[in-house]
Design a binder for this molecule. Structure first.
Ligand code: FE2
Length: 184
């Protein structure tokens, strides 16, 4: 179940509040400029579906979002269970960073947690299959896929060459426990 928790940046635990209510999550995230939607997941998509098959299954909502937001390209990021390079892939986005364009991601399967920095607070959004999260360009955040990563996500890009993480150098992410070994 998708879960949102709001933390003090200086003293992350216990969280200030937490919810799994869809409407409440949408409302909290909208206050920090983050769009959260839930799309119907396609039944019967094979576990080994390739990128073309995944994109075909979600062609309508993907096309809608591309038109609405002007995204030029999409791709499919897939981390299978037990992936050999999981630790390295996970480490890539574990520190606070920004991008010069939106980070827009739809979870086809699996899960991952985005941590959104808003001044002296951090909003942690543990996403699951069916969740679309759109973090605006320039917003401070980090992403933890947990110690046993597993997800397939459709990613949207404004610039054809994609985006690069610009790390802030702030160590705030170190004060939060790993995604699936504690709250959130
Ligand atoms: Fe990012």
């Amino acid at each position: 179940m998708t879960r949102l928790s709001v933390h003090s940046a200086a003293a992350p635990f216990p969280p200030l509040r937490a919810t799994s209510d869809f409407t409440a999550i949408v409302a909290e995230l909208s206050l920090v400029g983050v769009l959260f939607e839930r799309w119907a997941t396609t039944v019967g998509l094979p576990a080994d579906a390739d990128a073309e098959t995944v994109l075909a299954a979600y062609a309508k909502p993907v096309d809608y979002l591309r038109r609405a937001r002007g995204y030029q390209t999409v791709d499919v990021a897939k981390i299978p269970r037990g992936a050999e390079n999981a630790d390295a892939v996970r480490a890539k986005f574990l520190s606070e960073h920004t991008h010069c364009e939106d980070e827009a991601r739809f979870f086809v399967e699996g899960s991952g947690c985005f941590y959104l920095r808003d001044g002296d607070q951090v909003l942690a959004v543990a996403c699951e299959a069916g969740d679309l999260l759109l973090i605006p360009a320039g917003a401070r955040h980090w992403f933890d896929m947990g110690p046993n990563p597993y997800f397939t996500a459709i990613r949207f890009f404004t610039q054809p060459q994609g985006w690069v993480a610009e790390f802030t150098g702030d160590k705030i992410a170190d004060s939060f426990p790993p995604f699936d070994t504690g709250a959130p």
